[in-house]
Design a binder for this molecule. Structure first.
Ligand code: SAH
Length: 472
């Protein structure tokens, strides 16, 4: 995978100072995935090009990753596109060899680091789903001119048609550090491949480099979704490594069933549900978030890295679940000491609690089906009349989908404690009634792979308070 960065900023060789790499020297670095070479194909006063060549070593990748996902040996582990395409390996390599440049530092020419200079980036192969339009949708809003040309599968056999990869040229005038941050985040988003061995620190970096431009980006939902999927997978992989990881999540039995059916085998339904809810909450523009029936805190864990949020409150009746949440969220000293930003409260959603009023957004994820009808009516009053969040995201199982699960006896429910499971019509009837009664707009969508005639395994309703509707 070859990436070049060129400038005609004068003198162009300043690029060497910005990248902390001398234009006259070729250098090589070891990274986890293989070797990175940095060199300058051209370096004159008028025009300077720095090249980063990443040589991914497929054998090393497999060795470093043995046992992480227990798949055993397959040829695909060795023969795949990883050595040739822009992926999170390129991000990791950028972070290693251009660390200071990414941080916006330049010892020799400090004023250069923040200066907008003309830049041209060429990437030899960028994988992108569909027609490649996503490349422009991601980069154009950030001020780039984008050229993307689909690469042939094999230039010697034009009849074979195109590959899933594009040759990409990006041009823009901006500080170099900013451009490196965009590449760092967006290349893995375009790629969408799973990298089980990327650690938590890498994930945090993705969020850090997104700061300042991700929130106002019109495609932030798409970016967050594809990024969070990536993160979910990381978590799953890490989880698999940890022997002492505690009890399965609420729907574990069902999620195991999905694993073998899904086209993305390692993304559990729970993970996709968290991604969908997290995206809806991020997109609502909320700053204060309530997680009602937060369980072990997975949603807050997904959201907490976003700078947009000032406060999270998770409420649950179960002390055991809260203890798990405190561990997951690393809330040292809980329950005696509370974090300022992330607060866990034991409480019931069936009693009025003034501390829960005045939140921007609330989540009610896989909770309503645990309440029998008279209690559900009480919960509706508490949430819609007293808490009155601007945005409320509710999820519940879609009963119609149960017929698809062979492991489920006919007419059976997904969990012993579920008091009901609704069809899409029932859920939407319930939601429409509440929206009408309390002055909300509601939109529905499915979560998980849809099956014709029965819909998706989980259904989600996003309620927006009336006076907010249409405010953009
Ligand atoms: N939202 C979490 C957990 C879902 S399981 C997730 O999706 O991972 C349902 C949770 O609702 C459980 O943790 C249960 O303890 C909690 N719960 C059930 N009834 C409740 C009530 N009346 N008040 C508060 N929490 C309740």
């Amino acid at each position: 995978m070859l990436l070049t960065i060129s400038t005609t900023h004068q003198p162009a060789t300043d690029l060497g100072y910005l990248l902390y790499k001398h234009p006259e020297r070729a250098q090589s670095f070891d990274v986890a995935s293989g070797k990175v070479h940095v060199f300058y194909p051209e370096a004159s006063e008028e025009r300077c090009t720095a090249a980063m060549l990443l040589e991914v070593d497929p054998v090393r990748l497999v060795r470093g990753n043995e046992g992480a996902h227990g798949e055993g040996w397959t040829l695909r582990q060795y023969v795949n596109d990883r050595p040739y395409v822009a992926s999170s390996f390129v991000s990791v390599a950028l972070g290693v060899v251009f660390r200071s440049a990414m941080a916006g530092q330049c010892k020799e020419r400090p004023e250069l680091a923040t200066k907008a200079i003309d830049l041209r980036v060429e990437l030899s192969a960028v994988p992108c789903p569909g027609d490649g339009a996503m490349i422009a949708r991601l980069f154009e809003p950030l001020g780039y001119q984008v050229e993307a040309t689909r690469l042939p599968l094999d230039p010697a056999f034009p009849a074979w048609g195109g590959s899933p990869c594009f040759a990409v040229t990006l041009t823009a005038t901006m500080p170099l550090s900013q451009m490196l941050g965009h590449l760092y985040v967006l290349l893995p988003v375009l790629d969408g491949e799973k990298h089980y061995w990327v650690g938590d620190a890498e994930v945090d970096k993705l969020l850090r480099y997104g700061q300042g431009w991700l929130e106002p980006h019109p495609e932030r939902e798409l970016i967050a979704r594809r990024y969070l999927k990536f993160r979910g997978l990381t978590k799953d992989a890490l989880k698999a490594l940890r022997e002492d990881d505690d009890a399965p999540a609420d729907d574990a039995r069902i999620d195991d069933a999905t694993v073998s059916e899904s086209t993305e085998p390692h993304v559990t339904l729970q993970s996709r549900r968290m991604d969908a809810v997290a995206s809806a909450i991020v997109a609502s523009g909320a700053t204060r978030v309530l997680d009602l029936g937060c369980g072990e805190g997975q949603l807050m864990e997904r959201l907490r890295d976003y700078a947009q949020f000032e406060k999270f409150v998770g409420v649950d009746v179960s002390y055991r679940e809260l203890e798990r949440a405190a561990r997951r969220l690393r809330l040292e000293g809980w329950p005696d000491v509370q974090d300022q930003r992330v607060v866990l409260m034991q409480g019931s959603l069936l009693y009025r609690d003034r501390r829960l009023a005045e939140f921007d957004a609330a989540a009610l994820v896989e909770v309503i089906e645990h309440l029998d009808p008279p209690r559900l009516a009480t919960l509706e009053e508490m949430v819609f009349r007293h808490m009155r969040p601007r945005t409320l995201v509710v999820t519940t199982p879609n009963r119609e989908y149960n017929s698809v699960w062979e492991s489920l006896p006919a007419g059976g429910r997904r969990h012993d404690d579920h008091r009901f499971e609704w069809t899409r019509e029932q859920f939407q009837g319930w939601g429409d009634g509440l929206a009408e009664r309390f002055g909300y707009e509601v939109r529905y969508r499915g979560i998980g792979d849809e099956v014709e005639g029965v819909g998706a395994p989980t259904q989600m309703g996003v309620f927006t308070r009336g006076e907010e509707v249409g405010r953009g």
